[in-house]
Write a protein that binds this ligand. Structure first.
Ligand code: HEC
Length: 172
């Protein structure tokens, strides 16, 4: 994806940062989808090399609602203009390796359609997404949360231990 692609390049960068952990798409160099159906996990997202994502409204819908089920994909990983850039990028490049099927129009021949412009309200009220700079960061986000809890727990123990030892010292 050349830098000169402007908003589409921006969409590709955001995709590689925030969607890579769960989705495969060659145009963004990501491999997050399950490589094999037998090793697929519930949160492995569709492979966009073969899945057609047109019109673009379906991508924006998935971004805003956390996929179509709302069960595994986080909502609003990108918001406002960022979400629009990602949606346009995905819609344009998804489905390039979709198998040719008789009677089914090729993805690249389907219209991408248009999106409404971003509303400032949506940008202002949406929570800032967790900073994810590496491709694997998104996938590890859940683990990070657990680590956080563990950290608190041990901090709690540390606190107790501290008091205890302080107590023993002051006894004599
Ligand atoms: C934690 C893993 C995860 C992340 C991160 C993630 N997705 Fe998903 N995504 C999924 C799963 C799982 C599904 C399929 C289930 C569903 O639709 O609810 C899905 C579904 C979708 C769909 C609908 C595909 C279809 O045709 O059914 C789109 C479009 C999509 N994701 C785009 C994105 C974009 C764009 C991002 C980054 C901003 C992203 N996803 C980040 C897991 C993820």
């Amino acid at each position: 994806m050349p830098r000169s692609a402007g908003a589409t390049y921006h969409g590709a960068v955001l995709f590689s940062e925030r969607c890579a952990g769960c989705h495969t798409l060659n145009s963004a160099g990501t491999h997050g989808s399950a490589p094999n159906v037998r090793t697929a996990q519930a949160n492995s997202g569709p492979n966009f090399n073969v899945r057609c994502e047109r019109p673009v409204t379906r991508v924006l819908y998935a971004i805003e609602n956390g996929g179509f089920s709302g069960a595994y994909m986080p909502q609003n990983i990108v918001v406002g203009q960022d979400a629009i850039d990602v949606a346009k990028f995905v819609s344009t490049y998804a489905g390039s390796l979709a198998p040719k099927l008789t009677g089914v129009t090729r993805c690249q021949s389907l219209p991408i359609g248009t999106l409404p412009t971003a509303t400032t309200q949506a940008i202002a009220s949406a929570p800032a997404p967790a900073a994810t700079t590496t491709t694997s960061a998104t996938a590890k986000a859940g683990k990070g949360g657990k680590a956080g809890k563990a950290g608190k727990k041990s901090a709690g123990k540390g606190g107790k231990a501290g008091k205890k030892s302080a107590g023993t010292k002051s006894k004599p």
